[in-house]
Design a protein around this ligand. Structure first.
Ligand code: RB5
Length: 153
């Protein structure tokens, strides 16, 4: 059980998988904060990507999950926020590497091109793989140094 929740959201293209992934995460004992949407009506992915990125950026969530059609729009959105390292992940191996090498704190998933079972495996790897530290920390620190202080709120 994580102390601070994992924030999750989607757009309409990711809604069905988001709903199922929330159920699966609860079964894993993960504290989930579902930021919507709560039905499959058409919505704009930046609106929901921003909700999760803001929670992670502010430390209200330990990490985040975003599901859209490809995961690409959600990653582009989330990476606008301070302290966010969102990775668009399509395989369990990339989930491990995004954590180990990049200290990614948001996984963005494809609800249209990656099946549910693979996305569960991706999240299992994402949540269980620690950051590699060492040389990887030196590189992530260089990413952090590139951040321009901006007010996203
Ligand atoms: C919605 O049609 C689609 O553009 C969106 O879900 C996502 O794939 C954007 O990156």
């Amino acid at each position: 059980m994580t102390k601070t929740p994992v924030a999750i959201a989607s757009d309409h293209a990711g809604f069905d998988q988001k709903k199922k992934l929330v159920g699966w995460m609860l079964l894993q004992g993960i504290d989930v904060h579902d930021l919507g949407p709560y039905n499959d009506e058409r919505v704009d992915y930046p609106d929901y990507g921003a909700l999760v990125a803001e929670e992670v950026s502010q430390g209200k969530a330990i990490s985040g999950v975003l599901v859209c059609g490809t995961g690409i729009g959600m990653a582009i959105t989330a990476n606008k926020f301070s302290g966010i390292r969102a990775a668009n992940i399509t395989t369990p191996q990339f989930a491990e590497l995004a954590r180990e090498h990049n200290d990614a704190n948001i996984a963005t998933l494809s609800g249209r091109f990656v099946d549910l079972e693979t996305n569960k495996k991706i999240l299992a790897a994402f949540f269980s793989t620690p950051f590699g530290e060492g040389r990887h920390a030196d590189r992530v620190n260089k990413i952090k140094a590139l951040e321009t202080p901006v007010d996203n709120h």
